[in-house]
Ligand binder design. Sequence first.
Ligand code: ADP
Length: 488
Amino acid sequence: MKFSQYLRQAMGKALQQVDPSSLRVRLTVGVAAVSAVGLGGVAFWTSWKMQQILVATHKQTVEYIADRFPTDVEIYSDMMSLESGVPRAIANLTNVNTLLWVRHPDGRVGARSLRLSAGAEATPLLSLPQKPFPPQVQLLNGRYWVLCATPLQVEGENLGMLYVAQDITNDQVMFFSLVRTLGFASLLAIAGMTIAIAIYIQRSLQPLQRMSQLTENISAEDLGEARIHLDNPPSEVRELVQTFDKMLVRLFEAWEQQRQFVSNVSHELRTPLTIVSGYLQSTLRRGDNLREPQREALEIAASEAERTIHLLKDLLDLARADSGHRHFQLEPVVLNDLVEEVASMARQYSDRVINVASTIPTLSSVSQIITAKADAHRLKQVLLNLIDNAVKYSHPDHPVTLNLKEQGEWAMIQVCDQGTGIPLPQQTRIFERFYRVDETRARSTGGTGLGLSIVKTLVEGMGGTVSVRSQLGEGSTFTVTLPNAESK
Ligand code: ADP
């Protein structure tokens, strides 16, 4: 790739990354514009002033020569005739850049500097109008001249018009190259200043960026301990950090109150509801004399009471998981044993086939012992929840499989089913509280929409993650990843 192409691509990428609404870009553009106007203004004014001085000096010289010429002619005509005095005075005042000539009243050009006898520059100069004009700059045949014309009177006699011309082309060329250098230097200075300003502004805004990174990582669970710490921030940012920290404290208090409220309400409702459910069950058991509509109504009431008790239990679990992450008893747990134990527990409450990959002879990949840093009790709860879902959302003939593997510093347990699967857009949402993919189906399966959020809260509380991979109609695999026991 050519260097110019590479440069264009790099600039294109850099421009794409520029956010015109960011404070950094706005400040940089603002300060750079002000400095460009300031520096550009100074450079322009300096050039203009220099040009003025240069031209004024030449005009003064031309004026001085025109003033002195009659006196010189008078002096020479004392020594010789007036006709010989004029060329003598012209020869005396002529030099490399200064030319003089006289035009008689009848329009003829009389005495002149030697350079004007021939050459391309003679024609435009000698054809200047025969009337007086003050010193002025004119561009003739590509050369710059300072010209003036004055009537020539010597000892009362009118000799015609005296012309004085000074060639200032060399000075002008030098001046233009100076202006170009000045312009180029100003551009370089503006570019350098803009880069320096951009870097300085970027550095000044770094505390704000750091603050945004820190706040991004604060979750509802660690509101209590989350504080923003910046090294030596500017006082404005320090004030902002303090206000932010106070807001975090208020948020934590409100969050705690809400959690406490949910926990208390769930607790208070669970006991009477359990009693109601108990009475309904015993009435149904002993209700031989109940008529069919009465039995049906009681069965609906009992099933709804059961569902609500389940919901309250989930809410309590969630409240405990939310507040209890500080009380997790993390210790090395042999996952091979724990997975076997959970599988046999699950087999007891459902008549589903539950396989553990390590126990299947063909899948001998899990021959080694895998240990993770976890709370055994909560991890069992997590796996039972996932197995419960796998059973709920798959056909009774299809088995549920538990996989165990290790990857670097992480241990993984997978719960796989061959059930209905979850549509891709919903896969990120199923871990939200009360979210259910299909309300009608969830109601028939008795779900509350809290199971997976309890799983997520518990796993994250143990320093792990939970994820899902699912294909509609083919099944789902939930993966719980935990730090292995050796990792720090
Ligand atoms: P629920 O109590 O309704 O099962 P969860 O939080 O456990 O609530 O799950 C949320 C939603 O995710 C469920 O309503 C269900 O639609 C979907 N889901 C969870 N696990 C599976 C699975 N193994 N297969 C298919 N869908 C699932």
